[in-house]
Design a protein around this ligand. Structure first.
Ligand code: NAP
Ligand code: GDP
Length: 344
C-alpha cells in the first residue's frame, strides 16, 4: 500500500517541491491548506503537482481542526512546513508568529499523540535560531541565540519536537535548515526580490531595487536539495536533528552582483551606508538603492552551516552551487517577465 504523507504549508516553496518528490516516490500526498478567499496554488501548478495532491483544510491555530485532519488522513509521515516564515513580518506580528510557528507545532504533535498514530514527524526548524552566532560554522551543537520573534518561535518549535521525541518516543526530527531559495521563493525574501526586480529593470519594466542591509551574509542553497534532506531524515531508523546547509556564505551584495552579471550588467558600488548605490557600468544607470525601511530591529549578520552530520549519516548532499542558484532564479524571473506569466 502507498505511504501517506501529510504536508502542512503545501502552498509554500518547500511544500511544492516536497509534494513532487513524494509523489514521484509513489506516496499519496495530502496537502494542508488554510482557508482563504482563493487558494494560493501557483507553486503547486508550476511544480506540476496541483492535480496530484489531495488538499485538506487546516489552520495551525485551531487544535480541533488539526486533530480531525490527522485522524482522517492517518499519515505515515507528517512534514510540518506551515509557518509565518518571514522574519521582517515577525517583528510586526510577533504574537501571531508565536502561535503558528511555536504553539502550532505542539498542536500537531499532540494530535499525533492523541490519535495514537505512528506517524513520523518532520519539523521545519531554521538557522535563524542561531541568530547572533556563537561559532562559525554552526552545527547541531552550536548554542542558539535567536534575533527575531520568528527565530524565538521556531526555537520553541524545535525544542518541543525534541521533547516529544524524548518523552513519548515519537520518531520526530528537527531539520535546522539554512536559507534555501528557488524560482518558487516568495518575492519578499531578498534573493527573489533581487532576481525579479533586476529582471524587470533589464526589460524596461521597473526601476532600481530598494534593499536594506547589503552586508548580511547567508548560506544560500537550492530548495529542491533541501526537501530531499527532509525525506532522508524520516527514512532513518533513528530520529534526530540535522543541519542542512551548503558550507558557503555570501553577502547580499554578492547576490546582487551575480544577478547583474547573469543579466549582462556590471554592477559597481558607490557611497557608504544608506547612501550606497549600485550602478550598472554598462549603462550608467542606478540599479540598487538602500532604503532604511528594510533594516531590521535586530539583524542576523552571518550564517554559515556545517552539513557534516547530514552528509555522514544520511548521505545527503547539495547539488546546486551559489552561482548556479542565482542563474536559475534569474532565468526563471527573466522569462516570466518577458512572457507576462509572472504569478505570486
Ligand atoms: P513559505 O513559502 O512561506 O510557506 C509557508 C507555508 O505555511 C504556506 O503554505 C502558508 O500558507 C502556510 N501557512 C502560514 N500560516 C499558516 C497557518 N496559520 N495555517 C496553515 N498554514 C499556514 O515557506 P517555505 O520557504 O516553503 O519554508 C517552509 C518551512 O521551512 C517554513 O516553516 C519555514 O519557516 C521553514 N524554513 C524555511 C527556510 C527557507 O530558507 N526557505 C529555512 C529554514 C526554515 P499560505 O500559502 O496560505 O500563505
Ligand atoms: P532571512 O534570512 O530569513 O531573514 O531571509 P531574507 O531573504 O528575508 O533576508 C536575508 C538577509 O537579507 C537579511 O539579513 C536581511 O536583512 C537582508 N536584506 C537586505 N535587504 C533586504 C530586503 O530588501 N528584503 C529582505 N527580505 N531582506 C533584505
Amino acid at each position: 500500500m502507498a505511504k501517506r504523507a501529510l504536508i502542512t504549508g503545501i502552498t509554500g516553496q518547500d511544500g511544492a517541491y516536497l509534494a513532487r518528490l513524494l509523489l514521484d516516490k509513489g506516496y499519496d500526498v495530502f496537502g494542508a491548506v488554510r482557508r482563504t478567499a482563493s487558494i494560493n496554488s501557483w507553486r503547486l501548478e508550476e511544480a506540476g503537482v496541483a492535480d496530484r495532491v489531495q488538499l485538506v483544510e487546516l489552520d495551525m491555530l485551531e487544535f480541533s481542526n488539526i486533530l480531525r485532519v490527522v485522524e482522517k488522513v492517518g499519515p505515515d509521515e507528517v512534514y510540518n512546513l506551515a509557518a509565518q516564515s518571514f522574519v521582517a513580518t515577525s517583528f510586526e506580528q510577533p504574537i501571531y508568529t508565536a502561535g503558528v510557528d511555536g504553539v502550532g507545532v505542539t498542536m500537531l504533535l499532540e494530535a499525533i499523540r492523541a490519535c495514537g498514530a505512528n506517524s513520523r514527524f518532520y519539523q521545519a526548524s531554521t538557522s535563524e535560531m542561531f541568530g547572533k552566532v556563537k561559532e562559525v560554522p554552526q552545527t547541531e551543537d552550536t548554542p542558539f541565540h535567536p534575533r527575531s520573534p520568528y527565530g524565538v518561535a521556531k526555537l520553541y518549535g524545535h525544542w518541543i519536537t525534541v521533547n516529544y521525541r524524548e518523552s513519548y518516543g515519537l520518531h520526530a526530527c528537527s531539520g535546522i535548515l539554512f536559507n534555501h531559495e528557488s524560482p518558487l521563493r516568495g518575492t519578499e525574501f531578498v534573493t527573489r526580490k533581487i532576481t525579479l526586480a533586476l529582471s524587470r529593470l533589464k526589460q524596461g519594466k521597473g526601476g532600481a531595487v530598494r534593499l536594506g542591509n547589503l552586508d548580511a551574509k547567508r548560506d544560500w542553497g537550492y530548495a529542491e536539495d533541501y526537501v530531499a534532506g527532509m525525506w532522508l531524515m524520516l527514512q532513518h531508523s533513528q530520529p534526530d536533528d540535522y543541519v542542512l546547509a551548503t558550507g558557503e556564505t555570501h553577502s547580499v551584495r554578492e547576490f546582487v552582483e551575480l544577478t547583474g552579471r547573469a543579466l549582462g550588467m556590471d554592477i559597481e558600488w558607490q557611497g557608504e551606508g544608506v547612501e550606497t548605490v549600485g550602478i550598472d557600468r554598462t549603462t550608467g544607470r542606478t540599479v540598487v538603492e538602500v532604503d532604511p525601511r528594510f533594516f531590521r530591529p535586530a539583524e542576523v549578520d552571518l550564517l554559515l552551516g556545517s552539513p557534516r552530520k547530514a552528509i555522514d549519516v544520511l548521505g545527503w548532499k547539495h547539488t546546486i552551487s551559489f552561482q548556479g542558484l542565482v542563474e536559475m532564479m534569474v532565468k526563471a524571473d527573466y522569462d516570466r517577465v518577458a512572457s507576462g506569466t509572472l504569478r505570486f
